[in-house]
Design a binder for this molecule. Structure first.
Ligand SMILES: C[S@@+](CC[C@H](N)C(=O)[O-])C[C@H]1O[C@@H](n2cnc3c(N)ncnc32)[C@H](O)[C@@H]1O
Length: 227
């Protein structure tokens, strides 16, 4: 099996983990304060207009998005997650889409793209193409907001600290390999800057952080340039 096949198998296993964990998702919440600061930062950002939520899960953030947005398109690979999200927030002003984010293409553009606790599950090999998808989903003046964490426990590190592959378990003990990239705010900001994004990434309490910004515009050809 080639490297690409191995990565595809890992991403399939990650999606299978979330499908299996959907019913018990809230039991796996991180035991840290700081989540409230993320919600406050999202309110301050004001995700108005048409909002795309990638990897919406059980609707953790969808209701809060709907308080600001005119409509939300919420994408997730897991039918179980989408079912819980729909039961939680209803279907008024929300379009739920079951799709693999790594293969999905938008059929329109949005004012805001939001993703909660998703970026850390995007492997390095797909980082640039994921952000290219985000760009393709946004209006020219569109904005991005995300929240995430860098937390990984010792026992999850089945390939050591240097690997992004970790192991997560269901309550019944069934183990799955998933991706968890422990981004740190300053390094993530620089990484995004290098691929054309102006995003401020802010740590909050505990292992949490949020990011907000937009794509850097095309260079202004009329402005004076050095040699
Ligand atoms: C850590 S959860 C985050 C859920 C929610 N956004 C939150 O903040 O609680 C990750 C979500 O990504 C979804 N997911 C995993 N792989 C995916 C893929 N390839 N395409 C779309 N969604 C995927 C899972 O089903 C799960 O709902």
């Amino acid at each position: 099996m080639g490297d690409g096949d191995q990565l595809a198998a890992l991403l399939d296993e990650q999606a299978a983990f979330y499908q299996a964990v959907a019913a018990e998702y809230d039991d796996h919440a991180l035991p840290f304060a700081g989540g409230g600061e993320l919600a406050a930062a999202l309110d301050a950002f004001r995700p108005t207009g048409s909002v795309l939520e990638l990897a919406c899960g059980p609707g953790t953030w969808t209701g809060q998005l709907l308080r600001h947005a005119t409509d939300v398109t919420a994408v997730d690979a897991s039918a179980g997650m989408l079912g819980i999200a729909a039961a939680r927030v209803g279907r008024q002003r929300v379009r739920f889409v079951q799709a693999d984010v790594f293969g999905w293409r938008p059929d329109r553009r949005y004012d805001v793209v939001f993703f909660g606790f998703w970026l850390s599950h995007v492997p390095a090999e797909r980082f640039a193409s994921f952000w290219s998808l985000v760009a393709d989903c946004l209006q020219p003046d569109g904005r991005v907001f995300f929240v995430d964490d860098w937390h990984r426990t010792e026992e999850e590190l089945i390939e050591g600290e240097g690997s992004a592959v970790i192991q997560r378990r269901l309550t019944d003990g069934t183990a799955y390999r998933i991706v968890k990239v422990p981004h740190r705010p300053e390094a993530l900001e620089r990484q995004l800057d290098r691929i054309g994004w102006r995003i401020k990434v802010q740590p909050t309490g505990g292992p949490f952080y949020w990011g907000s910004g937009c794509a850097k515009g095309l260079p202004d050809l009329d402005s004076p340039r050095g040699t």
